[in-house]
Design a protein around this ligand. Sequence first.
Ligand code: COA
Length: 377
Amino acid sequence: MELVPGLAGVPAAESSICFIDGEKGVLEYRGIPISELAEKSTFLETSYLLVFGRLPTEEKLIAFEKDIKTHTRLKLKILRMMEYLPENGHPMDYLQAVVSAMGMYYPARDTLDESLRYESVVRLIAKLPTIVAACHRLRHGDAPIAPDNNLSFAANFYYMLFEKKPEPLIEKILDIILILHAEHSMNASTFSARVVGSTLADPYTVISSAIGTLSGPLHGGANEHVIKLLREIGVKENARGFIEKKIEEKEKIMGVGHRVYKTKDPRAVILQKYAHKLFEKGSAGNGEILEVAEEVERVVEEKLAHKKLYPNVDFYSGIVFKAIGIPTELFTPIFAMGRVSGWLAHWHEQLKTNRIYRPTQNYIGKREQDYETSKKG
Ligand SMILES: CC(C)(COP(=O)(O)OP(=O)(O)OC[C@H]1O[C@@H](n2cnc3c(N)ncnc32)[C@H](O)[C@@H]1OP(=O)(O)O)[C@@H](O)C(=O)NCCC(=O)NCCS
């Protein structure tokens, strides 16, 4: 069998969770276009859609939201454990460690038990924001803030981070960011979740493995580099020269290009629109960074459209995060807070027709070596 490095393009499962048409820039969750979900849904409703396969009725949504709110708190012992983790540890490492430890507090080994599965889904979606916020505060010497369950899911996260409630536009944008990151078919972290799930490991192990996979710089994190690039450019007038030089020197422009999208990423379109709304309100600064970004996009389109390179989700997400005051090291943990729903949906789907993953390899090493001779080198 021919080896395909990185299994690029090799189907690893049949799935009815997420559809992407990279040529046309289409992204759908369970058949619903992402633009519709961003406008009309909420992150919790979208999570329900992803995990359970259809939009909830009003009654079911109310019950789901209530269940989530019941589980936003962290056990004192988990908080204590977090206090002892190194302050210079990356928030993704905190998140992975804590999610993994949760498996000991909430044993859920019987992955075929439906009600246990539901509880695990609820706990994981509910607690990730609390862990991320607590980790951020602890790393800066501040006491974690308990969740305020009178607030929406997104507003509560903002409150636990900054000890104040967000403006409605920021609350809406945070929720949209979670929706946009909730699912994206068979990428590395989702594959990891499915592989670990296929062993019938408990859901906390499944999600901690996916978080670990997302923590690698080749998966999450290009948005951090986009911010760095835009700051380096500084003002709109510098963008053309700067980008043309990069293209000439064959350097990659961060936030541009995508394995799947050969047109503008539909998530970038939505984030760009909300970036405008944020800056129009004036509370997020003068919008110079957005002007620079849009000039970069124009030059990239002019020079690189023949290679089908357009802005991806990371091109505008960093700008939006910065505009609402999110620290850079939380960009990827917030990605995980959204993606957990997609991972859980794939875990559920995997268990329906489970077969443990067992690919093969093409062995290219030595054979039948003599031990003594080998020891001498
Ligand atoms: C995401 C990415 C890995 C996709 O890569 P890909 O579809 O496999 O495309 P390739 O790396 O094979 O590149 C194809 C061509 O486009 C060029 N290219 C790809 N991304 C580019 C970028 N961001 N800037 C400039 N040129 C780029 C490559 O140099 C290559 O040119 P060539 O044909 O002259 O050799 C790539 O676009 C990239 O590294 N982008 C920047 C990082 C980023 O934003 N990542 C977040 C993704 S959500």
